[in-house]
Design a protein around this ligand. Structure first.
Ligand SMILES: N[C@@H](CCC(=O)N[C@@H](CSC=O)C(=O)NCC(=O)O)C(=O)O
Length: 278
């Protein structure tokens, strides 16, 4: 693991790192915020998965989350959103597929499967790497994310309730099998057999998941992607049908940007701290 840069922030340290990922078979980057409490003890860890076009930097530089992580004593980890510079033909062609758009799936289709393994990277390799280099309480992990990353956070938590004890999302792609972004990603990464897509659709997974912790979702009403791509009402109906506790808050006038995330990130970190820091 290589330290790229680090900065003192709210009496803790914000670092950017790279390493060779065995899962993605290429160099990957991620960011870690260590709150001041880590100078004397291990603390819980909260993963943030970013959306389409993002790197490991967007959330770290725009959301203002470090203030709240320092207040509650949580390590924040923000991975990149895909492998980069793999040499796969067409990886940089579209902003909503390929580079910056790994969709947190393990690709099974050629040519993507040799590098695009973001689900396993987030669920297995990265937490193991974090546990071996940072003072984390590995049994206290939470996950949240935005848009494509909100989808990723929900999928990772619903499939692994024993690993991720808390989950929340900002404007998640909540029913990816039913929207254009999801259909494009799943067709290309997973192939045309739709049955296999269910493993990566939160609105399908919730129907059989053993998740019991309450889920928090914030959604802006002025979000241009709301009706065509995000569909939180589909997830809400699915949660209702299995009595999964869900707080879905429609926030009047907020769009899809990091201004929206920065406004509510304190509430989300408090939501995670209520489970992870008790
Ligand atoms: N280029 C697109 C807009 C891309 C965009 O809005 N990306 C969002 C995530 S969208 C879902 O995953 C984002 O987080 N962007 C980075 C940022 O710092 O704002 C378009 O033309 O509409």
């Amino acid at each position: 693991m290589n330290l790229i840069s680090e900065y003192k922030c709210f009496d803790g340290m914000q670092g950017f790192y790279s390493h060779h990922s065995q899962t993605c078979n290429i160099e990957m980057r991620f960011a870690v915020y260590q709150p001041p409490q880590t100078r004397s003890k291990a603390v819980p860890v909260l993963y943030f998965l970013s959306g389409l076009t993002c790197t490991e930097e967007n959330f770290i530089t725009k959301a203002g989350a470090q203030r709240y992580a320092a207040e509650h004593g949580l390590i924040l980890v923000a991975p990149d959103t895909s492998p980069r510079n793999t040499g796969i033909e067409g990886e940089d062609k579209d902003w909503d597929f390929g580079t910056g758009a790994g969709f947190y799936v393990d690709a099974t289709a050629e040519p993507w499967r040799s590098h695009y393994q973001m689900y396993s990277y987030v669920v297995k390799e990265l937490p193991a790497l974090i546990a071996s280099h940072f003072p984390v309480q590995v049994e206290r992990q939470g996950i949240f994310g935005h848009s494509m990353g909100g989808h990723g956070a929900l999928v990772c938590a619903l499939r692994n309730p024993e690993l991720f004890k808390s989950v929340s999302a900002f404007a998640p792609i909540a029913a990816p099998m039913q929207c254009a972004w999801g259909e494009k990603a799943f067709t290309n990464y997973l192939g045309s057999e739709r049955e296999t897509w269910r493993n990566y659709d939160a609105s399908e997974l919730i129907l059989t998941s053993k998740y019991t912790s309450p889920i928090l979702i914030d959604q802006g009403t002025a979000d241009k992607f709301l009706s065509q791509q995000l569909m939180p009402e589909v997830f809400e109906r699915a949660c209702h049908s299995v009595e999964q506790p869900l707080t879905l808050r429609f926030q009047e006038g907020y769009d899809h940007s990091y201004y929206f995330i920065a406004t509510f990130v304190g509430d989300h970190i408090r939501h995670h701290a209520a489970t992870l820091c008790q």
